[in-house]
Design a protein around this ligand. Sequence first.
Ligand SMILES: [Zn+2]
Length: 369
Amino acid sequence: MRAVSDKAPIEITNCHVHLFTGRHVPVNYPHWVLRPVKRFPWLAIPVAWLLAFFGFQEMSEKVKRLRQFQKETQSGNQREILDNVRRHYPDNTRFVVLPMDLSQIGHKPPLIGLRAQHDELAQLAADPEVGQTILPFAKIDPRADPEATELWRAINELRFRGIKIYPRLGYPPDHKVLMQHVYPEAERRGIPIMTHSSRGGVQGRGVRDFHADQFTDPAACIPVMRAFPKLRICLAHFGGQRDWAAYVNPERPSPYAEEHSRNWQVMIRRMITGETYPELWTDISYTLFNFEEYIPFLRLLLLREDREGDILRSRVLFGSDYYMTRQEVLSEKAVCFRLRNELGEEVFRQIAETNPQIWLGERPDPRQS
Ligand SMILES: [Zn+2]
């Protein structure tokens, strides 16, 4: 029998994890529902027990998982969370760490500001034991940093590897600060951009769903890609949970469910395989952690043996969205192994090792030659 692979062991790069703690976010985050449990953590156990007792098994499980999630945000520091996520992966795995800046969303400012969060991350990256495993990205909210000073400090002085934006908080991806002070230099230096793109997630207070969706709509990046065709942009979450749910179940719950008429997963695929936007990428973080539901579809899309399949495979990145995934049933390790089994070693290696290296600018892109 042939060995599974005679190549070197896979070196996974998880392109999407978070290590920020409760002190980096306003008190109401991630959800106001959690607030009582956040203040009185012991509530989680009796609440879960009561729900189970009255037959609300699923809800009960959900509360327990929310508690898991919330425990993570209560970790004292980013190192603790890193240690937790590393347990799920082989030792040689690397993690793209995405900070968060929630100073502009209309809640009280977080205890620790973005600059300090960046510094903490830089310290972690200098740690002799675990520093090599992280690839920190710098965060910018253009409203908080109109000259992108903190962003370039993090990249030039702290040697951060990429840029994270989160338009859902209340700004378009082609915000003038980004167009003037961020993208031109990022394109010139080959610095990758990660942008949150789904109909869910955090949004600014007073930002209506309709507007938040406009900011994270895959089409919102088109002006950016037109102006900066060589800029490597990753639309996180491959369209997101809601659009995947609509994709796998065409029964429309309401005529207003836009994800049925303009499905973001389909749009992203078309934009990628249409070749008009050669530097458009996507990651499978969070969305695919609803594993059993979506893997048959992802598998077919990624294993297609035609030109479209080739192109799509070359632009999908493995990412998880730890610790957001603590709210899901399967552990990261469980999802990772299932994914590897379903996609096969070769395709798994491509999305988890090769593609991340290309996206990060560490190896040449065969599509450019
Ligand atoms: Zn995320």
